[in-house]
Ligand binder design. Structure first.
Ligand code: NAP
Length: 249
């Protein structure tokens, strides 16, 4: 186990629940001091921290809506002062507000873009400032197969995730010379609160489209993220790794 003061800092946004929680626990087990960001789910974030501490890791919960640029700037500044520069950023926070586009309100379009796309932009901007000084860093953005394939009923969400893929590739090009890699992971259907709302008919139709014939687990996604953050992935940047049971091949 690394010495407490030497643990590199990993910030995972939206890490109280679902995929973010699994990523936080995995990075905690790999020796990072994990900042467990949350927006509204304080108890869940504290439970994630407890799980990491119980496994011998180090973690701290920090509230901040990624959609709020000023709050993001403050969060990154505070982390740098208290724990050291951010070495790993995982932009996982995301929301859905599904509906057919003819009936979709501007507010539902904007709020999904503000969280999923602009939230990642804010965090990349402030993380990159710290990583540039260190001349190394890892950024992983959680996109979606919806951003690759499109999805009826998810015009806002698919646009946000397709935008996130463009943001990933642009940031990868800008930051490569400073030793910072930027990649995306595009999950398919993963068992979390986000997919728990799907009815049986929709679930069955989804499984029928998945060559591996099952929904993935948050841990399936966490494994791919941990790989992209590791030394083994030092020569990989600007890529989109689908973790989707073969759905988008
Ligand atoms: P989830 O269980 O609904 O959790 C969403 C997470 O995002 C929560 O931790 C939530 O935190 C956080 N969040 C939402 N708005 C936020 C904000 N403004 N600031 C900070 N955190 C915020 O979703 P999930 O399934 O784990 O999804 C995680 C990521 O994977 C998302 O980006 C999602 O689009 C993507 N994804 C999921 C699937 C899937 O099948 N589940 C498939 C493809 C991609 P609070 O609870 O604290 O608000």
């Amino acid at each position: 186990m690394a010495e407490e003061k030497n643990r590199p800092v990993a910030l995972v946004t939206g890490a109280g629940r679902g995929i973010g929680r699994a990523i936080a626990c995995r990075l905690g087990a790999e020796g990072y001091h994990v900042i467990v960001n949350y927006n509204g789910s304080r108890q869940a974030a504290e439970a994630t921290v407890e799980e990491i501490l119980a496994a011998g890791g180090k973690a701290t919960a920090r509230q901040c809506s990624v959609a709020d640029q000023d709050a993001c700037r403050e969060m990154f500044e505070e982390i740098r002062k208290e724990y050291g520069p951010v070495a790993v950023l995982v932009n996982n926070a995301g929301i859905t507000k599904d509906g057919l586009l003819m009936a979709m309100s501007e507010a539902d379009f904007d709020s999904v873009i503000d969280t999923n796309l602009k939230g990642s932009f804010h965090c990349i901007k402030y993380a990159a400032k710290q990583m540039l000084k260190a001349r190394k860093g890892r950024i992983v953005n959680i996109a979606s197969v919806s951003g690759i394939l499109g999805n009826a009923g998810q015009a806002n969400y698919a646009a946000s995730k397709a935008g996130l893929i463009g943001l990933t590739k642009s940031a990868a090009r800008e930051l490569a010379l400073r030793g910072i890699t930027v990649n995306a992971v595009a999950p398919g259907f993963i068992e979390t609160d986000m997919t728990a709302v799907l009815d049986e008919r929709v679930r069955k139709a989804a499984v029928d489209q998945i060559p591996l014939q099952r929904f993935g687990t948050p841990e399936d996604v966490a494994g791919a993220v941990a790989f992209l953050c590791s030394d083994q992935a030092a020569y990989i940047t600007g890529q989109v790794l689908a973790v989707d049971g073969g759905m988008a091949m």
